[in-house]
Write a protein that binds this ligand. Structure first.
Ligand code: PLP
Length: 405
């Protein structure tokens, strides 16, 4: 019997962070193999908990969480988000400009659905977080990639971005701090990209979900306050900075010239209404999160768990004959390159599968992030440093074998 047809454009979509390799890993686990799985930036899976003041906020309000909320989210939570962005310099933003969703993931999809008509183009970074490509494609658009080259510390080149703008371009996506590279974007670079958006009347879609995950004095520059009248939609949430990804809480903040945003705002509101509202218990943690104490910086400083794991990765890559790393300045990942003899004829997928089968370590092949090269892989920085040193010993062993072939 022929199989049920599905949406054709799904054949263009990949999300390998949870794809074939992850399926194979589950199979191995069901056969009793013990694996170290570094494919997902899932803090809870590595022993992190959401801070107690967030948990208490949900528990304290649990009796109020039964009804649907307003489609854009609880007014008090949206006001708290708006006030937090005002403190960052986005003076003109209010609760009306805030959309709360079931994670940033839902809002990425919703915003592209609100924006795109068939054939419209979106400038997406390469590497990207692959949901940005997937959501563009599934909303009938076309991702057009601008390069963030390893040789340029994974920073984009604004002049290249401008050459890619066409009459169909509608938006530029920025991920800062970046997943998978860990790059953070300096102010001048952001200003040049804003100028491109202004010249070509594009929307800036700014994924800042790692906005407070910063190492070694790296600075994070929020884009929207620099953009003035240029339309921006800024995304963040509870998943990473607050280690509560299972609660599925994200937000998007609209800024820029009001008159130009009228239709888009209405579209976002309508699409939000069609899915009724975001998970309500999670929304009750938002005020506590944005007004509460900083609980992430200590983890990113010397002695902190994320800092020490990142240091272990940097040292392991320095010591390896096979690896080269642009040290991540922020976010929860490292994106090393395989170099030298081990890189001859290297296929990142075949390597990731071999690493899983022979060393019990699950990484994500670099090409899953929409890059044209095949010699990178991504690991999350969430395990502790001891486990990470073990991981890189195993990776080096697998690469030694390749180099000897
Ligand atoms: N954006 C980036 C860059 C991410 O890395 C992730 C998750 O890893 C998301 C968005 C989605 O986050 P969530 O849906 O949990 O808010």
């Amino acid at each position: 019997m022929s199989s049920l047809p599905t949406r054709q454009r799904l054949s263009e979509v990949r999300y390998e962070i949870r794809g074939e390799l992850a399926r194979r890993a589950r199979e191995l686990e069901s056969q009793g193999h013990k694996l170290i799985k570094l494919n997902i930036g899932n803090p809870g899976a590595f022993g992190f908990r959401a801070p107690p003041h967030l948990q208490n906020a949900i528990i304290g309000d649990i009796d109020h969480t039964d009804p649907y909320t307003h489609q854009q989210g609880l007014p008090a939570a949206r006001e708290a988000i708006a006030a937090a962005y005002q403190r960052r310099g986005l003076d003109d933003v209010g609760a009306e400009e805030v959309f709360i969703g079931n994670g940033v993931s839902e809002l990425i999809d919703l915003s592209l659905r609100a924006l795109l008509n068939p054939g419209d183009e979106v400038l997406v970074p390469s590497p990207d977080y692959p949901l940005w490509s997937a959501a563009t494609i599934l909303n009938d658009g076309r991702p057009v990639y601008y390069r963030c080259d390893p040789d340029n510390d994974f920073l984009p080149d604004p002049s290249e971005i401008e050459t890619l703008v066409s009459s169909r371009t509608r938006a530029i996506v920025l991920i800062n701090p970046n997943n998978p590279t860990g790059a953070t974007y300096p102010r001048e670079l952001l200003q040049r990209i804003i100028a491109i958006a202004a010249r070509h009347r594009l929307l800036l879609l700014v994924d800042e979900i790692y906005d407070q995950v910063l190492y070694d004095g790296a600075r994070f520059e929020p884009l929207a306050p620099l953009a003035g009248d240029v339309p921006c939609l800024t995304f963040s949430g509870l998943s990473k900075v607050h280690r509560a990804c299972g609660w599925r809480v994200g937000w998007a903040v609209l800024s820029g010239e009001r008159a130009r945003l009228r239709e888009f705002r209405h579209a976002m509101d309508l699409l939000s209404a069609l899915r009724l509202c975001a998970n309500v218990p999670g929304q009750y943690a938002i005020e506590a999160a944005v007004n509460g104490p900083d609980t992430i910086s200590a983890l990113c400083q010397p002695g902190g768990r994320l800092y020490e794991t990142r240091r272990a990765v940097i040292e392991a890559c320095d010591e390896s004959a096979h690896l080269q790393l642009v040290a991540p300045a922020g976010a929860l990942y490292a994106f090393p390159a395989v170099i030298g003899d081990a890189a001859q004829g290297f296929d990142d997928h075949a390597f990731a599968l071999d690493l899983l089968e022979t060393e019990g370590v699950l990484v994500v092949p670099g090409s899953s992030f929409n890059v044209p090269y095949r010699n990178h892989f991504r690991v999350t920085l969430l395990p502790d440093a001891v486990m990470m040193r073990e991981v890189f010993a195993r990776i080096d062993r697998a690469l030694d074998r390749r180099a000897e072939q």
